[in-house]
Design a protein around this ligand. Structure first.
Ligand code: FAD
Length: 294
């Protein structure tokens, strides 16, 4: 599948729907447009599961260069970074936790210097304990570091309760990884119910909820909870992925909401792209059609 997808030139058009270019120049142009339209962004340099410490260091350096560029462009105040810890060393055979933390601290320092924040993406369930451990270590010095939490995992109810503390930035998502029945809801309806429960816990707490969903029902329930709890607009935000429901992103901004677009860029787009295809059969059709049409 990887050979097929990466070998077909026309694929690029389809990938471009979800990925903001292969390099920082291309991504910066997308970000400047988003910020110009009143949106905010979180930027992911694509890559995951590195087994080599020098690759992890290269990822760290790429984030440092990105943050410097955002500051130079004057968009750092509205553009934070999203980081996958498996790209920073979480799966290294030796000293994984130590190297990951050192790399993450370097990025957090650069984010702070640029006047922005950083959020840890959540990967498959085997990584959750390690990611929450690194989050705890980071938050000692950088309390504004956010984390993504996946509603589909059974453990999430407890994690959300632990994380629902003052100012704690938590991005609530449904979960993009194929997980076994022993750890995660398999039924979409159960995932949605778990999402609503977790959203209620976050909204009723003093945390800073980041509602990461394109699901209109979740957005409507978030609005209802905002009304119920009397939350002010600057105490939560909506988040969506680049290329998905762009019109709704702008409509929310027009309604006075903060909307952060998750903007991935880079040439290592395969894993990210495949998760977007897997989420939605219509995307597979879009992809197959593009092969036929050329
Ligand atoms: P769904 O019920 O899947 O979709 C609702 C509607 O949204 C669909 O009917 C469709 O209209 C639209 N939609 C959803 N997905 C697509 C798509 N791929 N293409 C086109 N339309 C679509 N997951 C993680 O596991 N870890 C993370 O760190 C993480 N970070 C994320 C950050 C952000 C900002 C967002 C928005 C999502 C993130 N995700 C992450 C992905 C998330 O877990 C879901 O897989 C994804 O958001 C789809 O779920 P949904 O809530 O949009 O609802």
């Amino acid at each position: 599948m990887r050979g097929l997808i990466t070998g077909v030139p026309v694929t690029r058009r389809v990938v471009d729907r979800f990925v903001a270019g292969e390099n920082l120049d291309q991504a910066s142009a997308v970000l400047a447009d988003l910020v110009g339209e009143g949106l905010t962004a979180t930027v992911d340099r694509l890559g995951e599961d590195t087994l080599d410490a020098s690759d992890a260091a290269a990822t760290r350096d790429a984030y440092l260069a990105m943050l410097k560029r955002f500051a130079e462009l004057g968009i750092a105040g509205r553009t934070e970074v999203s980081v996958k810890l498996s790209a920073l060393g979480q799966k290294l055979p030796k000293d994984a936790a130590k190297i990951t933390l050192e790399n993450a601290v370097a990025i957090a320092e650069a984010a702070r210097d640029a006047g922005t924040t950083m959020t840890l993406d959540m990967e498959d369930h085997t990584t959750v304990d390690a990611t929450l451990g690194t989050l705890r270590d980071l938050r000692g010095e950088f309390p504004w570091v956010g984390v993504a939490i996946q509603a589909m995992l059974f453990r999430t109810e407890g994690d959300i309760t632990d994380l629902a503390t003052a100012g704690s930035r938590v991005r609530l998502v449904k979960g993009a990884y194929m997980e076994p029945a022993s750890v995660a809801h398999q039924d979409k309806h159960e995932v949605d119910k778990a999402y609503v429960r977790a959203m209620g816990t976050l909204m009723r707490s003093s945390a800073y909820p980041m509602i990461g969903s394109h699901d209109q029902r979740m957005i409507d329930i978030a609005h209802k909870l905002v009304g119920e709890t009397g939350r002010e607009p600057d105490t939560y935000e909506f988040q969506m992925l680049h290329g998905i429901r762009a019109t709704e992103q702008r409509a929310l901004v027009a309604g006075g909401e903060t909307v952060r677009v998750y903007v991935p860029f880079g040439d290592d787009w395969y894993g990210y792209f495949m998760r977007r295809l897997a989420e939605r059969p219509a995307n597979v059709m879009f992809f197959l059609n593009s092969l036929v049409k050329k």
